[in-house]
Design a protein around this ligand. Structure first.
Ligand code: B1M
Length: 228
């Protein structure tokens, strides 16, 4: 994307950005993000229409064997470069913290883009988020709950082979007598509502904005159920 971006229709610019993301061109993706912001698109719109939609295309071609790990890693790097521009804008609420969250990707899983997005949106909604990263075993989740005493514990899994580990973490919380102290939210592409119920989570969150809405609603519910 070396042309003058200001002369391109927004719909075409979005398509060019998807191609740039696909090709792992971080600088070009960042330029596209900045141009969309200059056109007064909301940071959330840039995120979903420019970046997440592009990554969906990468996901399909990865699944179909058209793209391989090194190419997908480049695309992920470009996605993260675009997200870095949006992060401060999404977090710019100026509101005092409305709750605390610990979030991490479960053991065996190194996917972190979705988790990072949830972190950004939760921070933007006024939560203080402690992101403990990828490949976390139950001990790490438990330690983080002890250290940060969060209202919410969020777990992310992108693989069908790693999502069952969410149950191990919840069972460990129960053993450590910590389960009642946190609202457990789970998410990630292969996760769904019946799975969340089966592992004993409080809720499944389809995407980052649902995570924000769900976190706020469950915190409110909890507050109202505390005897006065
Ligand atoms: Co991976 N990978 N990958 N990968 N990868 C998937 C997940 C896959 C579906 C691709 C495919 O086949 N179509 C497939 C999983 C198949 C399955 O299990 N059924 C897969 C595979 C197989 C693998 C490897 C095994 C490949 C290999 O080595 N042969 C390997 C595993 C590595 C490991 O973890 N041990 C692997 C590796 C990688 C890369 C390293 C190359 C890279 C990750 C880079 C990174 O994350 N830093 C990668 C990527 C990028 C993907 C795809 C293409 C994109 C994932 C992504 O970032 N999506 C993915 C295909 C796909 O999902 N369509 C794929 C964008 C992101 C915004 O969406 O993460 O779903 P998502 O997050 C959403 C929601 O799910 C939700 O909100 C987010 C935003 O709205 N959400 C939460 C997520 N976490 C949440 C937590 C919450 C709440 C909501 O807590 C409260």
């Amino acid at each position: 994307m070396s042309e003058d971006l200001t002369q391109i229709e927004t719909s075409e610019l979005l398509e060019i950005m998807h191609d740039d993301l696909y090709d792992g061109l971080a600088d070009e993706v960042v330029a596209g993000v900045n141009e969309l912001l200059r056109r007064n698109l909301l940071p959330y719109e840039v995120l979903t229409q420019g970046l997440v939609a592009g990554m969906d295309i990468v996901g399909v071609d990865f699944r179909d064997g058209i793209l391989f790990v090194p190419e997908v890693l480049m695309a992920a790097k470009a996605m993260k470069a675009g997200m870095a521009v949006l992060r401060p804008l999404l977090a710019e609420t100026g509101a005092p913290s409305i709750g605390t969250m610990v979030i991490g990707t479960v053991k065996g899983d190194i996917h972190d883009i979705g988790k990072n997005l949830v972190t950004m949106m939760m921070e933007g909604a006024g939560f203080k988020v402690h992101d403990i990263g990828i490949n976390n075993d139950a001990d790490k989740f438990i330690q983080a709950v002890k250290d940060f005493k969060p209202d919410i514990l969020g777990m992310s899994a992108l693989l069908t082979t790693t999502m069952p580990y969410m149950k191990v973490v919840i069972q460990s919380l129960e053993k450590a007598n910590l389960r009642d102290q946190v609202i457990v939210l789970v998410g990630g592409a292969p996760v769904n509502q019946p799975f969340a119920e089966a592992v004993g989570a409080d809720a499944y969150c389809r995407d980052a904005s649902v995570a924000v809405i769900t976190a706020k609603a469950l915190m409110e519910q909890r507050r109202n159920s505390v005897p006065v």
